[in-house]
Write a protein that binds this ligand. Sequence first.
Ligand code: PEP
Ligand code: MN
Length: 287
Amino acid sequence: MKDLSEQDLARNIPLAAAAFAGEKRVVRVGTATIGGEPLVVMAGPCAVEDEAMTVEIARAVKAAGATMLRGGAFKPLTFPYRNGHTFELGEVGLRFLRQAGDEAGLPVVTECTDVRQLDLVARYADMIQIGARNAQNFPLLTEAGRLRKPVLLKRGFGMSLRDWLGAAEYVLVEGNPNVVLGERGIVAPHTHHPQSRFIVDLQVVPAVREYSHLPIIVDPSHSTFRRAYVAPVARAAVAIGADGIIVDVHPRPEEAAVDPLQALDYDAFGALMRDLRGIAAVVGRTL
Ligand code: PEP
Ligand code: MN
């Protein structure tokens, strides 16, 4: 695989590699800032399920110290079938999420899976998430760049840093400077078994710092896919210098409509937040 060359930095990713101009970007999403001294913690359900639960989760994660609300109304599900257990609420879910964010006082990040839904998602969201499976959907990246809403760009699980910064460049070149990178695990020869669905590439955090001015957060939920591994990876992410995390939280994780194996309950999330505050202080960050 090709490494980042001087030519890449100058010609292929001049905007994503603006680190060479000595810049570090701070992305503002409502009351949250990403890339400055405060860490961002985006927390909430994998999928938005119902109105009351979404409001409850928003209040609970806010009380524990989360700074943004996450939740999926459009889900990139592995299989095409939807039923009473596996569903996506679409615009109804966006409305619940917006309401929950407003009631709890948290800016909202949610995924757009299809360029045809981008305007709709943007009407409700403060930040547009582009997921791992769409990370090289170039028309979607281009339209997200034209939109001017902050973008959370997850890393595709087969993407090198070069690919990833190239994808970010698609958003930046349209005039949208507000891109945050999200490491969410990559596929490697020994992945795809229960103890290691993906490999969390923690060293990509300092690698991003080396080549780019863009903030980077880590998703310890979708990368590990396993509840017991979420807090350890989240702690390591903050220790290694990530600008924050995005984490699945659900009141009854084993009943979650999507990804029931990985969500934290409120107690586990509260304990994680206490740990992260201690680690943040050591690495010169606040939470
Ligand atoms: C998600 O955050 O809900 C999600 C589907 O993440 P990823 O695209 O990283 O798999
Ligand atoms: Mn999920």
